[in-house]
Design a protein around this ligand. Structure first.
Ligand code: 6PG
Length: 254
């Protein structure tokens, strides 16, 4: 696994860098395998990045017919709900680019009970990545980090953190009093490239802890360690503002 930290001066520069990395990953995947499989994250952090990708400069450099959009996690709400990660990506990006509808494979998180939703998505992944493969391989797995150190919907103290067999889990999150549907660490860590996208000063304290060299593993985001793939942290200045000098000096600044 190779890890790189890139620090952009602000959120605008960060979204441009993220879009450039997306283009590079897309070009390599399409050249090598004829398709580009992407697991998208939710929340606020990806919004500028999604809007950027929908701009003509980036949109017209992607062969969207070869892009397959999945999600790393989803809230247990219908796809038209304001909290839906699918809705956010659809509204800001997928509705603005020529990606075929069949290439959009959302998590059916509105299914009840949540375990059925997880099972259904796992079956979708098994069919897409063909059944005999031990684990799916996402070319580009986009993740965020919560202020509590969660990533995807792998929250501290939840059962899905320990899931080693299933690809998708219905994870009950006590503090949310709700289930979330999430990819599990075996799948995330089997990605060719995992990209954490973190913006804003509010993330500075948790990033200081998560990116601490040789520190204790106390947060779910620290358990993202691609087995063979690349791990890329894309941060803006405010989010990186509490990183120690050693980490700042090693980072690439754009
Ligand atoms: C979600 C996300 C989640 C997110 C973090 C950070 O469903 O909310 O997938 O893991 O990446 O909570 O969220 P913000 O980007 O809103 O800070």
């Amino acid at each position: 696994m190779s890890t790189q930290i890139i620090i952009a001066k602000d959120e605008e520069a960060l979204s441009a860098k993220a879009a450039q990395v997306f283009l590079e990953s897309h070009a390599q995947a399409v050249k090598e395998r004829g398709r580009f499989t992407v697991a998208l994250s939710g929340g606020d952090s990806p919004k500028k990045f999604f809007r950027r990708l929908a701009e003509p400069y980036y949109r017209d450099r992607v062969s969207w017919a070869q892009v397959y959009a999945f999600w790393g996690d989803e809230r247990c709400v219908p796809p038209d709900h304001p909290e839906s990660n699918y809705k956010m990506a659809h509204d800001l990006l997928l509705s603005k680019v020529p990606i075929p509808q069949k290439n959009i494979l959302r998590i059916p998180a509105e299914m009840e009970p949540p375990h059925d939703a997880a099972k259904a998505y796992e079956n979708t992944l098994k069919l897409f990545f063909n059944l005999d493969r031990p684990l799916p391989v996402f070319d580009f797995n986009l993740l965020g980090v919560g202020e509590d150190g969660h990533t995807a919907s792998l929250f501290p103290g939840t059962t899905a953190l320990k899931e080693k067999l299933h690809w998708v889990s219905a994870n009950f999150v006590e503090k949310l009093k709700a289930h979330r549907i999430t990819l599990t660490f075996p799948v995330i860590n089997n990605s060719r490239r995992v990209v954490f996208l973190c913006t804003g000063a509010a993330k500075a304290p948790i990033l200081k802890e998560v990116l601490k060299k040789d520190g204790p593993v106390s947060y779910p985001a620290q358990l993202v360690n691609p087995v063979k793939g690349e791990l890329l942290w894309l941060l803006d200045g405010p989010a990186a503002s509490k990183l120690p000098p050693a980490v700042h000096n090693e980072a690439v600044h754009v």
